[in-house]
Design a binder for this molecule. Structure first.
Ligand code: SAM
Ligand code: SF4
Length: 326
C-alpha cells in the first residue's frame, strides 16, 4: 500500500501519455505556440508500463490515462493493450476527437467507461474556446460511444460569463440520453487566465439548475470527487466537481505521473519527483514514490487556502494543466 502521512491510501494513478494535443483550450494550454515535449523525453511505452507496474504491485487498482490528448500519441493503442493486462480498472479522459478510430481497442481492453470533455453545445463558442474546429466530430463521437453502450461522462469546465448560461442545456441533454455530465469548477494553473470571479461555484450551479429542474442528490462513492444528481425522471445524471468551493482532499487517493515521468502527489503540488531518470538508471523507484506521497500536503498541494477568493493567479507555482495531465 502507498499511504501518506494523513493515512490516506493512494490506489489511483493518473498517467499523462503526452503533453501534445490537437486542441488549444485556453484554460489548459495557455500559449498558442506552446512547444510539446520531444518524444525522447517522454516515457516510452515499455517505460510507462514498467513504472505503472511498480504502482500496481503496491496497491494501485485504478489507472486513468490522460494528457494532453492521450489518443494523439501514436502508440496509444499499444499502451492501452499493455496496461489492460494489469489487474486494474483502466479508463481514460479524452477530448473525443479521435474516438471513432478506437472503439475496438476500448472493447479489447475492457474499457467500458470514459470521460469526454465538451465545454459548450455551441459550435462557434467551441471554436473560440478550443481554437480548433472539431465540434461536429466530437459531438458525433460522443453520440457514437453512447450508442455503443459505453458509460459516457462529459466533462464541462464551467466559467462564469463564458458557458455558465449553458448549464441547463447540458442538464436537458440528460433527459432522454444515458449521458453523465460533470460540471467542473474552473481551476487556476500557471498562465490560464484564471481569476476568482470566473469561478461558478457548486452552489451557483445548484441554484441555477434547481430553478429549472426538480433535482435529487444521488449517493457518492467513497473517493468520489463528483457530487452526483439526477433531474426528475431524466435518464442520465449530472454531477459537480467542486475543487475550488468545497475541496475533497480528505478522501484523496490520487497520484499523477506526467508524460515526462515526474510524479506529482497533488494536482496543485509545487514540487514533483523524477521517476523516469532513476528508472532509466536502473534504480529502485519505490522509495522515491513513497517519499513523494509521504510529503503530500493535507490540502490543495499546500498552496491554497480553502477560500478560493484569496487566491492570486500570479502567485501560483505549478505547471500548466496540459503538462500535468488532468
Ligand atoms: N485532452 C483530454 C481532455 O480534454 O479531456 C485530457 C486532458 S485534460 C487536461 C483533462 C481534463 O482537465 C479535461 O476535462 C479538461 O476540461 C480539464 N481541465 C483542463 N484545465 C482545467 C482547468 N483550468 N480547470 C478545470 N478543469 C480543467
Ligand atoms: Fe487539449 Fe484536453 Fe487541454 Fe483541451 S483540455 S487543450 S483538449 S489537453
Amino acid at each position: 500500500m502507498i499511504r501518506d502521512s494523513f493515512n490516506r491510501i493512494h490506489n489511483y494513478l493518473r498517467i499523462s501519455m503526452t503533453d501534445n494535443c490537437n486542441l488549444r483550450c485556453f484554460y489548459c494550454m495557455p500559449e498558442e505556440d506552446y512547444s510539446f515535449t520531444p518524444a525522447s523525453r517522454l516515457m516510452q511505452k515499455d517505460e510507462l508500463v514498467s513504472i505503472a507496474k511498480v504502482f500496481v504491485q503496491h496497491g494501485v487498482d485504478k489507472i486513468r490515462l490522460t494528457g494532453g490528448e492521450p489518443l494523439v500519441r501514436k502508440d496509444a493503442a499499444e499502451i492501452m493493450r499493455a496496461l489492460s493486462k494489469l489487474p486494474v480498472s483502466l479508463t481514460m479522459t479524452t477530448n473525443g476527437s479521435r474516438l471513432h478510430e478506437f472503439t475496438e481497442v476500448f472493447r479489447e481492453c475492457g474499457i467500458k467507461s470514459l470521460n469526454i470533455s465538451l465545454d459548450t453545445l455551441d459550435r462557434d463558442k467551441f471554436s473560440v474556446l478550443t481554437r480548433r474546429d472539431q465540434f461536429d466530430r466530437i459531438t458525433e463521437n460522443i453520440r457514437l460511444y453512447i450508442e455503443e453502450g459505453f458509460h459516457v461522462k462529459v466533462n464541462v469546465v464551467v466559467m462564469r460569463g463564458i458557458n455558465d448560461m449553458e448549464l441547463n442545456d447540458f442538464v436537458e441533454w440528460t433527459r432522454h440520453e444515458n449521458v453523465h455530465v460533470r460540471f467542473i469548477e474552473f481551476m487556476p494553473f500557471t498562465g490560464n487566465r484564471w481569476n476568482s470571479d470566473k469561478v461558478f461555484t457548486w452552489q451557483d450551479m445548484i441554484d441555477r439548475i434547481g430553478a429549472q429542474y426538480e433535482i435529487e442528490r444521488l449517493e457518492d462513492g467513497p473517493n468520489d470527487t463528483a457530487k452526483k444528481y439526477r433531474a426528475h425522471r431524466h435518464t442520465g445524471t449530472f454531477a459537480v466537481i467542486s475543487t475550488m468551493s468545497a475541496p475533497f482532499c480528505a478522501g484523496c487517493n490520487r497520484m499523477r505521473l506526467t508524460a515526462d515521468g515526474k510524479l506529482k502527489n497533488c494536482l496543485f503540488s509545487k514540487t514533483e519527483t523524477d521517476l523516469l531518470t532513476p528508472f532509466r538508471n536502473g534504480e529502485d523507484i519505490l522509495p522515491l514514490i513513497r517519499a513523494s506521497i509521504d510529503a503530500k500536503a493535507k490540502m490543495l498541494g499546500g498552496q491554497f487556502t480553502e477560500d478560493f477568493e484569496q487566491i492570486h493567479a500570479e502567485d501560483i507555482d505549478n505547471r500548466s494543466m496540459i503538462t500535468i495531465g488532468g
